[in-house]
Design a protein around this ligand. Structure first.
Ligand code: NAP
Length: 277
C-alpha cells in the first residue's frame, strides 16, 4: 500500500478475540464493507460466530489472509505475535501496512521480522472501545508515514478518542488508559461495596456508582475544567464531601493510583522485552 492509497483498503484482522472483534465492528462502522474485511481465528466455532455476526470472511490461515490484505491488523496476544509475524512475513509483497494492538512489544520487534521497509503502526487501545468510548494512542515505526497514521485514525474513528504519541510513551499510555478501565471498575466496585455497607441494596448501589463515575467523566470531558476545580465545586465548607476526601487522602488513595500506574508501566516494559527477545 502506498501513502496515497485512498478509501478503505482490504484489512485482515489476525485474531478474533475481544480486541479483534472490537476492531472489526469499528471498521464496519467507519465505512468498510464486509467483503473488505477478513478475520483469522484458532477456533472454528469462534470463526463461525464472527462470520455470522459481521458477514466477513473467516476460515483462512494467517498467511492466506495476509497475502490478500493491504492492511494486516495483529490482534493476538503478545506472546503469539512473533509466531504470527514469521508466518506472514514471506507473503508480504512490500506495500502492506502492519497495524498492531499487542501490548508491550516494541515496533523494532516487528520491523526485525517483517520485510525491510514495512510500515508498522502500534496502537494501544482500551476496552471501552467496545461502546465507542475508548482511548487509543498510536505510534508509527521507521517506515510509517503521516498517511499511514491518518489511515489508522480513520480505522479507529468509531472507537472513541485517538491520539498520536511517540513510541517511548506507549508504556505510560498502557499504564493510564490501557489498564485504566480496571482502575475505574475497581473504584466503581469499591463505591458499590461501600453503599452496601451503608445499607443500600447491591443493585441500587452499583447503579448509583456506575452513573456517578460515568456522569463525572462526561462532566470533566465537556467542561474542560481541571479535576481539582470540579472537585472543589462539590466540596462545600464543613460539608460531607471534604470529610470524605480527607479520608481518601489519609488512606493514600492518590499515592496508590500513582504506584499502580508505575507498576503497570514497569510490567509493560518487562513483557515487551520478554516477548521481543
Ligand atoms: N482486551 C484489552 O483490553 C486490550 C487492550 C489493549 C491491547 N490489547 C491487546 O490486544 C491483543 C488481543 O487481546 P484480546 O484481549 O483481544 O485477547 P483474546 O480475546 O485472547 O484474543 C486473541 C484471539 O486470538 C486468537 N489466536 C491465538 N493464536 C492465534 C493465531 N496464531 N492466529 C490467529 N488467531 C489466534 C485467540 O484464540 P484462542 O483463544 O483460541 O487461542 C483469541 O481469540 C493483545 O495483544 C492485547 O495485548 C487488548
Amino acid at each position: 500500500m502506498t501513502d496515497q492509497t485512498p478509501g478503505t483498503p482490504q484489512v485482515a484482522v489476525l485474531g478474533g478475540g475481544v480486541m479483534g472483534e472490537t476492531l472489526l465492528a469499528a471498521l464496519l462502522t467507519a465505512g468498510w464493507a464486509p467483503e473488505q474485511l477478513e478475520v483469522t481465528e484458532h477456533s472454528p466455532a469462534r470463526a463461525a460466530e464472527l462470520a455470522g455476526r459481521y458477514a466477513v470472511r473467516t476460515g483462512a490461515s494467517n498467511r492466506e489472509a495476509a497475502a490478500r490484505a493491504d492492511v494486516v491488523l495483529v490482534a493476538v496476544k503478545p506472546n503469539v505475535v512473533s509466531t504470527v509475524l514469521d508466518e506472514i512475513a514471506p507473503v508480504l509483497k512490500g506495500g502492506e501496512v502492519v497495524v498492531t494492538v499487542a501490548a508491550g512489544l516494541p515496533i523494532s520487534a516487528y520491523e526485525g521480522r517483517l520485510p525491510a521497509a514495512t510500515p508498522v503502526v502500534r496502537v494501544m487501545p482500551n476496552t471501552p472501545a467496545v461502546v465507542g468510548k475508548g482511548a487509543s494512542a498510536i505510534a508509527g515505526g521507521t517506515h510509517a508515514t503521516d498517511g499511514h497514521l491518518v489511515l489508522v485514525e480513520k480505522m479507529l474513528a468509531s472507537t472513541g478518542l485517538v491520539v498520536r504519541v511517540a513510541e517511548k510513551d506507549l508504556d505510560a499510555v498502557t499504564a493510564i488508559s490501557g489498564s485504566g478501565p480496571a482502575y475505574a471498575f475497581y473504584l466503581i466496585d469499591a463505591m458499590a461495596e461501600a453503599g452496601v455497607l451503608l445499607g443500600l441494596t447491591r443493585d441500587l448501589a452499583t447503579k448509583l456508582a456506575v452513573a456517578t463515575v460515568e456522569g463525572s467523566a462526561a462532566l470533566a470531558a465537556q467542561s474542560g475544567d481541571h479535576p481539582v476545580v470540579l472537585r472543589e465545586r462539590v466540596s462545600s465548607p464543613g460539608g460531607t464531601t471534604v470529610a470524605a476526601v480527607r479520608e481518601l487522602d489519609a488512606h493514600g488513595v492518590r499515592a496508590g493510583v500513582v504506584a499502580a500506574a508505575e507498576a503497570a508501566r514497569d510490567r509493560s516494559r518487562e513483557l515487551g522485552a520478554q516477548y521481543a527477545g
